[in-house]
Design a protein. Structure first.
Lengths: 340, 340
DNA sequence: TGTAATATTGTAATCAAATACAATACAGTT
DNA sequence: AACTGTATTGTATTTGATTACAATATTACA
């Protein structure tokens, strides 16, 4: 096990002060007026000794860690891991590294993660906030640490955020079902107050109303995040046996995957008996016997925009808070039925 | 923006030295023989001021960052993101945080990540190594930094690793196909020298041989990781049109997803025309019209064991290198056909 | 040659925390 | 009262790097 070589070692190796080495290796020879031959000698020595700066020491001195804390509901969910990958790539381009944490939609766990990341002095946060964590986000902002919310946000809270227009997206989906002559349209959502979910529900209801379809309470199936499988299975069964709707709109891919399994189990035929539209993508949607129509959010855009906003904050280029709306489009396939 | 409160602030607040505060807050009052009332006063002050230790400073002093660097091929791949989640949870239990990076199976990118993580002084690495990176791993070991390889490993290299027995697992899958009367069994794999892939191919060939089936070169379809989609589509088409096999064994879920799409496109019926078995899981497998039989690796075990091995190393509890074999079992469903 | 101006390089403080060692205080003993 | 021993608390160094400022060397010019 070789010991690490530090600035001091490089300096001693050629008999100069650490200051010089630091200046040269940071490209500040000009400002520090270091002689050209000295500079070369230093660079050569650093290379010879294979000097690697200690970023921890640098962080301590500079007060910056070049680290972004990413907090999502669950990194194993493809929706978030895909975003994570984009964030990773974008962050790397600018010398940042990402540490991640999964909140499981729990406010408590999220607070824990924020604390842990804070004591590690992450330079910024990118968060898909759990329900009821507005105060947590506010605290981060107050501390002067850049934050970007994604996927969800808190109306009224002054923070940068990136998300789609959930109200419209849901509306688009529901209108497509209506266009295909469906009149009794159910929705499967999470029972959370989070803005994105509320907006999807509102968008769904508004689309019904706009088309003079009277919303029925039992059409809205709400599952808890903590046990999707069981909740969806049980509550959906109640709605589908006997069949009280002719179409279903799923608020997320996880809900859809759970729901489609139950639909298969009940032997309901898509789209003839029941038309389907979901939010987000899934490999499963491509292989369902009736390829699933879905609202596609550009995860690439979400990830890229999130990092862009964070970098703007970090470089003080932004004044007031940004609210970036990312595109969402309906990918129409068999599952939503057809006009006739 | 409030300034951070440091040890010094707490000390000044009650007029004592930082040493005392440090001892007390680290639970070393006994060793340092700090008076009981003093200790209480300090704890109270720390709480009042909401003191949060600066882990960066601590890391510098202690030479430990309580951080694990996780390097996988692609964090957006559910196989790896699922493991990442397990690693995250296990690591958190022990006060560790995870930073991640995706190598895209590129040796160069992987080296980059290792360098970046090294300068940040991660305490340990968990890596699913890209092809041809044995030297990189060796270097880490030489530097005395704990590493655990997962999913893949390098025969002969002395490092801790966690993986399934790929040879046997592949054999099990192929034998199942043979049991179901398939005689012309193809395999779709990656064209890499990585041990896990080689073992799967060898297991496949051995199973054929053991059953007196003569392997034909064209049965083995090899795709490059860089463009799965096109490679699989093109090469599989060559094998399936006209149909030269009556069964296909996919070496990973990504390959299977790409392959199944092509199979659908070609209108080949599973399992009647073609029986299917894949490695790993996927939501897609559940929804394919003929539910896909697959080799299930326990990702939970892989993740947990990886962290366990790392912690052992970090606590010097381990002497020689461990080689943990995780269970893999065949989940038999429709796609692999039946006996008659 | 003396002095000012400029070019180079070194010194030392700083970041926040840990800790070896020093220092002081106080009680008990003779 | 002087001394020893233990109980408490403080001082100062260390970690590796950055950087303001000080110091020295060199060159230019009168």
């Amino acid at each position: 096990m070789e010991k690490k070589v530090a600035l001091k070692d490089v300096a001693q190796h050629i008999g100069v002060s650490v200051a010089l080495v630091s200046y040269v290796l940071n490209g500040k020879e000009k400002e520090a007026r270091v002689g050209a031959d000295m500079a070369n000698k230093i660079r050569k020595a650093a290379a010879e000794l294979n000097y690697q700066p200690n970023l921890i020491a640098k962080s301590l001195k500079m007060g910056k860690t070049k680290t972004i804390g990413l907090i999502v509901a669950d990194i194993s969910n493809p929706f978030f891991s895909t975003i994570a990958r984009i964030v990773e790539d974008e962050a790397k381009k600018h010398g940042y590294v990402v540490i991640f944490g999964s909140s499981d939609e729990s406010a408590e766990k999220q607070l824990d993660l924020i604390d842990v990341f804070s004591t590690r002095l992450v330079d910024a946060f990118i968060i898909a906030p759990a329900s009821g964590t507005e105060k947590q986000i506010e605290t981060i902002v107050k501390r002067g640490i850049p934050v970007v919310l994604m996927d969800r946000f808190f109306p009224g809270l002054k923070v940068d955020c990136v998300h789609i227009n959930n109200f419209n997206a849901a509306g688009k989906a529901v209108k497509q079902l209506i266009k295909n002559n469906r009149k009794r349209i159910g929705m499967v959502a999470y029972d959370t107050m989070q803005s994105h979910m509320q907006d999807r529900k509102q968008g769904y209801k508004a689309a019904l109303k706009e088309n003079s379809i009277r919303f029925k309470k039992q059409w809205l199936v709400e599952a808890s995040y903590q046990n999707i499988e069981k909740d969806v299975a049980a509550k959906l069964k109640a709605l589908l046996k006997p069949l009280q709707v002719d179409a279903l709109f799923f608020a997320t891919n996880s809900l859809a995957v759970a729901g489609l399994k139950e639909i298969n189990k009940l032997g309901i035929k898509v789209p003839d008996d029941l038309a389907i539209i979901s939010f987000d993508e899934s490999d499963a949607f491509d292989f369902f016997y009736s390829p699933v129509t879905y609202v596609s959010q550009s995860l690439v855009d979400i990830g890229k925009e999130a990092v862009k906003l964070i970098l703007n904050r970090l470089h003080n280029k932004s004044k007031k808070n940004a609210d970036v709306i990312v595109e969402a489009r309906l990918i129409v396939r068999e599952s939503c039925g057809s006009k006739l």
